[in-house]
Design a protein around this ligand. Structure first.
Ligand code: AKB
Length: 311
C-alpha cells in the first residue's frame, strides 16, 4: 500500500486533497505536514515541519517509509509580491528539497504549477500547452522555474514527478488565501455574510477557474494515470472561464439583494497578465481529463455549502 506525505496539507488544495487520499488509499497511509497553518482538531497523522528544512523532511520520509509526496507548499501570487525573496525561498527551496529526496528515496512526486507560469506575452485565449512562459510575478517566476526543475529531475534522474497548471480554484472549506483569483472565493464569503463585496478586479476581468472537486479529481487521476508520453509536461488544466460580472450575475440568482462594487487594485495587473482561457487538450488526450463543474454548478454548490458554514 502507498505511504503518502502531503506538504502544505492545510492550504486550499491540501485540506481537500487529504480527505480524498484517505478515501483512495486509507487514512492510516496518509501523513499531513503543515508549518504555520495547522488546523485545530485535525484528525489524522500530523507532522509539523518547514519544507525548507531538508533534514526534517528526510526524517519524516524515513519515519513513515513514504513512497509518494504531494508537495503543495507555496505562497500565492498576491501574497508573494509582499516579500518576493521569501516567496522564492519557500516555493523553490522547498521544491528542490523534495526533488532531491525524491531521487534519494525513489519517490513519486506531485507538484502544482499554475496559470501564473504564463505572462503578458503569452497568447491569452486558448493558451496552448507549449507557449511563451514569461511571468511578471515572483509566484509565476517560481512556477516557471519549478516546471524547469521538475523536467530536469525527470530527464536527468528518471524521477516520476507529475504536475498540473491549476487555474483559479474555487472552494469553500478554507477562506481566500492570498491569490489573485481569490476574488472569486471572497465574493461568496462576503456576499453571503454581508450582502456586499468590493471586488479588487474590474467587471470585465476574465480568468480560467475550476471548482475544487474537479481540481482534486484531476490531481488524483493524474497520479494514477499510466502516462505514456515521451516529453515531460506540467499539464494545462481547464474547466470554465468567466468575467467577474458574469459571476456577480450568477450569484445574484441566489442573493437578489447583493451589492457588488468594483475597485481594481494592484491585483488587476496580475490578472491582466494571465490567460483568459486555457487549451487543455493534451491533458484530455494523455490521461483522459474531463471537468464536471461549470459556472452555474460552482455557484450553486458554493452558496449551498457556505450558507450552512457561515450561518
Ligand atoms: C493565485 O491567484 O495566485 C492562484 C493561482 C492562479 O495559482 N490561485
Amino acid at each position: 500500500m502507498k505511504k503518502i506525505l502531503v506538504t502544505g496539507a492545510f492550504g486550499q488544495i491540501g485540506s481537500e486533497l487529504v480527505p480524498a487520499l484517505y478515501k483512495e488509499y486509507g487514512k492510516e497511509n496518509v501523513v499531513s505536514m503543515g508549518h504555520s497553518t495547522i488546523s485545530l482538531g485535525f484528525d489524522g497523522t500530523l507532522e509539523k515541519a518547514d519544507a525548507r528544512d531538508k533534514e526534517a523532511l528526510r526524517g519524516i520520509i524515513k519515519k513513515y517509509d513514504i513512497d509518494t509526496v504531494y508537495h503543495l507548499v507555496s505562497l500565492l501570487s498576491a501574497k508573494g509580491e509582499v516579500d518576493p525573496s521569501l516567496t522564492w525561498d519557500i516555493n523553490m527551496n522547498g521544491l528542490k528539497n523534495v526533488l532531491d529526496l525524491g531521487v534519494e528515496f525513489k519517490l513519486k512526486i506531485y507538484w502544482p504549477s499554475s496559470i501564473a507560469a504564463f505572462g503578458p506575452t503569452t497568447p491569452r485565449e486558448d493558451t496552448p500547452q507549449h507557449t511563451v512562459l514569461e511571468p511578471t510575478t515572483m509566484y509565476g517566476v517560481t512556477k516557471t522555474a519549478g516546471e524547469g526543475l521538475c523536467r530536469y529531475y525527470n530527464v536527468k534522474y528518471g524521477l516520476d514527478v507529475r504536475s498540473l497548471r491549476y487555474p483559479g480554484i474555487i472552494s469553500w472549506k478554507t477562506p481566500p488565501g492570498g491569490g489573485t483569483t481569490d476574488y472569486a472565493v471572497a465574493i461568496f464569503y462576503e456576499g453571503i455574510k454581508t450582502g456586499k463585496y468590493e471586488c479588487f478586479v474590474g467587471p470585465d476581468t476574465m480568468l480560467p477557474m475550476m471548482y475544487i472537486d474537479d481540481a482534486i479529481r484531476a490531481t488524483v487521476e493524474l497520479m494514477k494515470a499510466d502516462l505514456k508520453t515521451d516529453s515531460w509536461n506540467s499539464y494545462n488544466l481547464s474547466a470554465v472561464s468567466f468575467t467577474a460580472k458574469e459571476l456577480e450575475e450568477e450569484l445574484r440568482k441566489y442573493l437578489p439583494d447583493l451589492t457588488i462594487t468594483y475597485k481594481p487594485d494592484h491585483r488587476q495587473k496580475i490578472a491582466d497578465s494571465w490567460p483568459k482561457s486555457i487549451d487543455d487538450s493534451q491533458a484530455r488526450k494523455d490521461w483522459g481529463w474531463k471537468h464536471e463543474y461549470g459556472l452555474s454548478e460552482i455557484t450553486k454548490v458554493m452558496v449551498e455549502n457556505l450558507k450552512k458554514v457561515l450561518a
